[in-house]
Design a protein around this ligand. Structure first.
Ligand code: ATP
Length: 691
């Protein structure tokens, strides 16, 4: 272990060192420096002396600045651009010249040799820590520069510097004590050294200040930069947030688009499947159409053939129609041109209430041609006698027979009208026997009488015949014969017009100044019947509350042409509702002058009708026999419909009441007379249409 005396003062130590041994003079500072300069010039810079130590500091500082990203600069560059980074001022060089330094050091060496041994440990102590302090301070500064300069570090540096100052002060105190023992020369050297130390201290302080200001500037720069970076960071964060929001929205949009695309894709697939199906269906349909087109071609050929067949059939039908008419007429002739139907009406509700007795009427046989009345009477001896009175007609209808069933038997006659024949249907019978009901009927469809049914059937037949080329025209008139006076039931105004009956050479009967209504439809007849009903003379009698006191004659004239065959025909249908045929005593008209006159007129005309029919029956035997048509307006009006040129039907209506039995018997006898009459052969009113 070297003793304190042998130990050199230490390179770079600011303290004078004693000689290493008593016999060997200790190397002076200059010697030491010289030795250093000779071989270890680099060691000068590494000496731990304060000045040298500070001189070495910039290298460390520059390295730290470089590490922190500052542009490495030399000392000169650092001096030129102090604003670019932490500027560490160079340690101030000792102002003393080298010669003076050497002299001072030599002086110190000499002084050291005279220094009391007690000083050495202190000096060494001062040298050691001073040397360490010098290196520590450098590294501290280097660290301070290398890393961000926190205030704690600066405080540490300050603390270290203060410590150094304190140790220097302690050293200075020991030097002072030591100085008192030194010679003047040594004192001078010491003072010089002190001045150097002071200068170094000032330089250190200046350097520290410089460091502080540099640090402050750098800190400001850092602060500005930090604020700038903070601002940029906030902007970047804001941008990032906006970008994230945008990204979120874009993601939502993207996912929505993906969903929509998936749906569209599914829809597309479905549509493609449907399109595929439809294409297949279209192909099948086209195939089917081709097949059907072929079938249509076949059908068209068949249709053409069928048309030809239809034409042939139509011709056959026309021939058959002509034959039918001929046969129909033959049948009608065989049946007789005047036929008689008998109809017994049902008992009415009010008659049941009054407990009016029913006449004994029976309808034997299945052919519905027989009617038998039973009449009981007393003989002169007072014995009871039962008379059975059978009558036979072309058709007998029982009380329950409907209007449709009655018309079924009449329809052939109505059709004869369209074939060009004159037809006359008249209802005969006593008051309230059901003549008006049979001819006109009630308002209900099923209660419609012969007139509306006949008109409807004629319309149907003409429509059917129109398909075979016939064109028909129909017109109607409705007259009343009251007290031997003709009234126009379709006319307007009062019933006081005079009308004359005229028979034309062509077989047509006309009445002057009567309204003739063209008939366009069957429903029109209903209106005509209602209009006529309101003008018909009706008065209350004992037997029928609404008894018709006049004869009504509805005439339907039908004319048809067939341009295909050149045929023309004209027929006339007379539907006559005769007034009641009761006798004066039973009708109660004997006490009433007007009623009496009416009844006499009615009976006269009915009697004239019987006479005409009887005369027509006799005409067969005597060709030139006189027919008393002019004996009444009724027979004169119906002349052409009662003569041999027409087909006539008498509908005998009977009351079922026992009280009307005698009147019923009178009617039955009259009808039997008519039924037994042959009035010749009907002739068709037809001609060829001259083209
Ligand atoms: N077949 C029948 N079914 C139901 N009711 C009937 C039938 N025939 C007639 N009647 C009714 O009997 C009553 C008398 O009939 P209607 O007026 O037709 O007799 P009429 O012979 O015309 O009498 P008049 O000669 O006095 O005019 C009417 O109320 C009518 O409705």
């Amino acid at each position: 272990m070297p003793t304190n005396e042998n130990k050199p003062l230490g390179a770079g130590s600011r303290l004078p060192r004693p000689a290493s041994s008593p016999d060997k003079p200790p190397p002076t500072l200059s010697t030491k420096r010289k030795a250093d300069d000779d071989g270890q010039s680099n060691r000068v810079s590494k000496a731990p002396a304060l000045g040298t130590s500070i001189t070495n500091r910039p290298a460390g500082l520059r390295a730290s600045r470089a590490e922190r990203g500052f542009v490495p600069t030399s000392n000169a560059a650092a001096k030129k651009k102090p604003e670019r980074g932490l500027t560490i001022p160079r340690a101030p060089a000792l102002t003393k010249t080298s010669a003076e330094k050497l002299a001072s050091q030599r002086q110190l060496s000499q002084t050291a040799r005279t220094r009391p041994p007690s000083v050495e440990p202190r000096a060494r102590q001062a040298s050691g820590p001073g040397s360490a302090t010098g290196g520590s301070k450098s590294s501290v500064l280097a660290r301070a520069v290398a890393s961000p300069p926190p205030d704690a570090m600066i405080s540490n540096i300050l603390e270290e510097l203060k410590n150094e100052v304190r140790s220097n002060r302690v050293e200075m105190a020991s030097f002072k004590a030591f100085k008192d023992q030194l010679t003047v020369e040594q004192l001078t050297t010491i003072r010089q050294a002190e001045a150097d130390v002071g200068k170094q201290y000032q330089a250190s302080t200046a350097e520290l200040e410089s460091l502080r200001s540099a640090h402050s500037r750098e800190r400001q720069d850092w602060e500005i930069e930090r604020m700038k970076l903070g601002r940029e960071l906030r902007e970047v964060r804001e941008d990032l947030r906006v970008a994230r929001d945008d990204l979120g929205r874009e993601r939502e949009t993207s996912s929505a688009l993906k969903r929509a695309m998936a749906e569209q894709s599914n829809h597309h697939l479905t549509l493609e499947t449907q399109v595929g199906g439809l294409r297949g269906q279209a192909m099948r349909l086209q195939e089917e159409i081709r097949g059907k087109e072929g079938r249509i071609g076949e059908l068209e050929i068949m249709l053409e053939q069928a048309r030809q067949v239809v034409l042939d059939r139509e011709q056959e039908l026309r021939d058959a129609e002509a034959l039918r008419r001929k046969l129909h007429n033959t049948v009608m002739e065989l049946k007789g041109n005047i036929r008689v139907f008998c109809r017994v009406r049902p008992i009415l509700p009010h008659e049941t209430e009054n407990d009016e007795g029913m006449a004994l009427i029976s309808f034997p046989g299945k052919e519905c041609r027989e009617i038998v009345l039973s009449q009981s009477s007393e003989t002169a001896t007072g014995a009871s006698r039962e008379a059975v009175l059978p009558f036979s007609f072309d058709r007998v209808f029982q009380p329950q027979a409907s209007q449709a069933q009655v018309f079924e038997e009449i329809s052939q006659l109505a059709q004869s009208c369209t074939d060009g024949y004159n037809v006359c249907i008249f209802g005969y019978g006593q008051t309230s026997s059901g003549k008006t009901y049979t001819m006109e009927g009630g308002t209900a469809e099923e209660a419609q009488g012969m007139i509306p049914r006949a008109v409807r059937q004629i319309f149907e037949v003409t429509e059917e015949l129109a398909r075979r080329g016939w064109k028909y025209k129909m017109e109607g008139q409705f007259l009343e014969i009251y007290n031997e006076t003709i009234n126009d039931l379709l006319g307007v105004g009062e019933l006081d017009k005079k009308h004359e009956i005229k028979h034309e050479k062509n077989g047509r009967t006309t009445v002057t100044d009567v309204v003739i209504v063209p008939l366009e439809s069957p429903s029109q007849v209903r209106t005509l019947l209602a209009r006529a009903q309101s003008r018909r003379t009706v008065h209350a009698t004992l037997m029928n509350e609404r008894s018709s006191r006049s004869h009504s004659v509805f005439t339907l004239r039908v004319s048809g042409t067939n341009p295909l065959t050149g045929e023309f025909c004209e027929g006339c249908l007379n539907l006559v509702d005769l007034a009641g045929s009761e006798r004066l005593a039973t009708s109660g008209a004997a006490n009433d002058k007007d009623r009496l006159k009416e009844t006499q007129a009615i009976n006269k005309s009915l009697s004239a009708l019987g006479d005409v029919i009887a005369a027509l029956g006799e005409k067969g035997a005597a060709e030139k026999a006189h027919i008393p048509y002019r004996n009444s307006k009724l027979t004169y009006l119906l002349q052409n419909s009662l003569s041999g040129n027409s087909k006539t039907l008498m509908m005998l209506n009977l009351s079922p009441l026992a009280a009307h039995l005698n009147e019923s018997l009178c009617s039955l006898r009259f009808a039997t007379k008519v039924n037994n009459t042959q009035i010749g052969t009907a002739r068709k009113q037809q001609a060829r249409v001259s083209s």
